[in-house]
Design a binder for this molecule. Structure first.
Ligand SMILES: CC(C)(COP(=O)(O)OP(=O)(O)OC[C@H]1O[C@@H](n2cnc3c(N)ncnc32)[C@H](O)[C@@H]1OP(=O)(O)O)[C@@H](O)C(=O)NCCC(=O)NCCS
Length: 252
């Protein structure tokens, strides 16, 4: 898949829509970053792209900031998919997996996933691989060692303890975003145990061990999103989906 970022006009459209391309050294997927702290005019425009069920979801959120972040992240997802598919953003229809993973209704021309943390959203798009993405703010005030002990595989927890303390928080978030990206790629979310597969603690992100063959074959990538955030993408093996027999139409 050729990135819109390398092909002129679509890249201009992506930048105009407020997306920043994150560098990935693979043609398997593309990753985009967006800011959610937009002005009122842009918020109004993006809100106008949402479907009635999305507007209702936004309205159910308690804080104004959460409503804004959800609206902007969804509106920008629509803009992103609209550019890839050459379709009006408001005309895109989503359906949802049993655990809530959004996909494009009926045609399924591309795989995508999104995540948000603070005032950033991250998006991944792939022509033929089921994908998942996670973004986390590295400065989140969490008891990361307690979380690691509770949710990670014992081997991951032990490896994390051996990382020098100055690098341990970053190593935790590399593992956490990697594991979230994997469970989001599968679409099963937190209904599956995070301890059923292991990710390398040091070096480039990769699956070390997994009970599921498809997770064992999943590739991980951690593009650099800029100071204070970490992003990891998981891309499962292509194929194994009848719905993908139609080749996707990607802007080139
Ligand atoms: C998917 C999940 C890991 C998201 O984690 P999170 O850290 O809260 O949120 P993130 O910012 O990483 O991602 C949220 C986005 O992921 C996507 N998403 C939602 N469910 C998903 C799933 N099962 N798989 C992949 N992506 C999913 C959505 O686009 C969502 O954004 P939006 O709803 O605001 O549009 C978590 O919510 C989960 O496990 N959900 C499943 C819940 C479940 O099993 N429900 C059934 C009840 S029995």
């Amino acid at each position: 898949m050729q990135a819109p970022s390398k092909s002129g006009a679509p890249n201009v459209a992506m930048q105009a829509a407020g997306f920043k391309a994150l560098k990935v050294e693979t043609a398997d997927f593309e990753v985009w970053l967006a800011r959610l702290d937009v002005g009122k005019t842009r918020l109004h425009h993006l809100a106008g792209l949402l479907a009635p069920d999305e507007i209702q979801r936004a309205a159910r959120l308690r804080s104004a900031d959460d409503r804004r972040r959800f609206t902007v992240a969804r509106g920008m997802l629509r803009q992103l998919l609209g550019i890839y598919l050459e379709k009006a953003p408001a005309a895109i229809e989503f359906s949802y997996g049993s655990r809530g993973k959004p996909r494009i209704k009926r045609t399924t021309p591309v795989h995508f996933n999104m995540a948000h943390s603070g005032e950033r959203a991250a998006y991944v798009i792939s022509k033929d691989r089921p994908v998942g993405i996670d973004i986390e703010c590295l400065h989140r005030d969490i008891e990361f060692e307690r979380i690691a002990r509770r949710f990670f595989a014992p081997a991951e927890f032990d490896a994390l303890q051996k990382v020098p303390s100055t690098r341990r928080r970053r190593a935790f978030f590399a593992l956490w975003t990697g594991k979230e990206a994997v469970i989001k790629a599968t679409g099963r979310g937190l209904s599956q145990s995070l301890a059923r597969f292991e990710i390398a603690v040091d070096g480039h992100p990769r699956i070390m061990r997994a009970k599921s063959k498809r997770i064992a074959q999943t590739i991980l990538h951690a593009p650099e999103p800029g100071a204070g955030y970490m992003v990891t993408v998981a891309a499962m093996p292509a194929g194994n989906s009848k719905r993908l027999s139609r080749r996707p139409k990607i802007v080139r």
